[in-house]
Write a protein that binds this ligand. Sequence first.
Ligand SMILES: NC(=O)c1ccc[n+]([C@@H]2O[C@H](COP(=O)([O-])OP(=O)(O)OC[C@H]3O[C@@H](n4cnc5c(N)ncnc54)[C@H](O)[C@@H]3O)[C@@H](O)[C@H]2O)c1
Ligand SMILES: O=C(O)C1=N[C@H](C(=O)O)CCC1
Length: 269
Amino acid sequence: MTDLPGIVITGASGRMGQMLIRTVLESDRARLVGALERLGHEWVGRDIGEAMGGARVGAMVSDDPLELFARAQAVIDFTAPEATVEYAALAAQARAVHVIGTTGFSESHLTKIAAAAHHSTVVRAGNMSLGVNLLMQLTKKVAAALDEDYDIEVIEAHHNRKVDAPSGTAVMLGEAAAEGRGVRLDDVSDRARDGITGARKRGDIGFSVIRGGDIVGEHDVLFAGAGERIVLRHVASDRSVFARGALRAALWGQDKGPGQYDMVDVLGL
Ligand SMILES: NC(=O)c1ccc[n+]([C@@H]2O[C@H](COP(=O)([O-])OP(=O)(O)OC[C@H]3O[C@@H](n4cnc5c(N)ncnc54)[C@H](O)[C@@H]3O)[C@@H](O)[C@H]2O)c1
Ligand SMILES: O=C(O)C1=N[C@H](C(=O)O)CCC1
């Protein structure tokens, strides 16, 4: 046992779960307490390393969140909205920092996460990479500098297994653009175009979604004016950028009081 902060990874068998486990195991600033999978999953009860097809790591995959969270200083959670809401309440009970990478929340999910954050430190971001969080700042700045003569469109592309759309990142970028323009995204968001839609409404922020193959995550913010276009672009080619950001958030949160934070707070942007 060391004094390093103990981390639990949820969604152990997932694309991000496995990347996060590797990231924590390779870190000299944190230790892996255990990993969680849903009840009945074939990985439960197995050594984490062996379940991932490698060497034993001496920590198990569990289906008991509260027992695991009670032994941890942070929970890093990239799963699904229903699971994350449940984990938020349990992490708050255990007073563990809850780093949430999950996307696709409804307003009712977000209300439950906010309630948990009265008792625990929650860091939530639809994208944990440094690059996207910088892109958000740039988006806000460009949107503030241009008027509605420039149409704003957010275009995103992800792998064919992704279940939510538009991506959490696209929503974050849309919110940054809306903030720069001094409007509410809900009032100007145009998410679905099909058939005779009529001309584009001035001031709207449009969203387009591509799903295919193994695309890790690509986002463009397009400012289209008369005679010129500005395109701000982020391309993620490896999920390790998200995992490194999440571990950084878990360590950053160790001396923070209860409340909701995001990666802009963590990175000091
Ligand atoms: N914030 C970021 O930087 C970032 C980066 C990548 C992915 N994500 C998000 O992370 C989430 C997971 O992505 P992924 O590609 O790893 O997905 P995935 O499908 O590969 O893995 C999901 C994991 O969650 C578990 N899970 C799903 N529903 C559950 C439930 N009800 N109870 C308990 N466990 C459950 C699954 O068993 C699996 O282990 C998605 O919401 C995705 O958008 C966020
Ligand atoms: O692979 C995913 O799923 C991703 N989800 C996040 C999102 O919805 O923006 C971040 C990028 C990868």
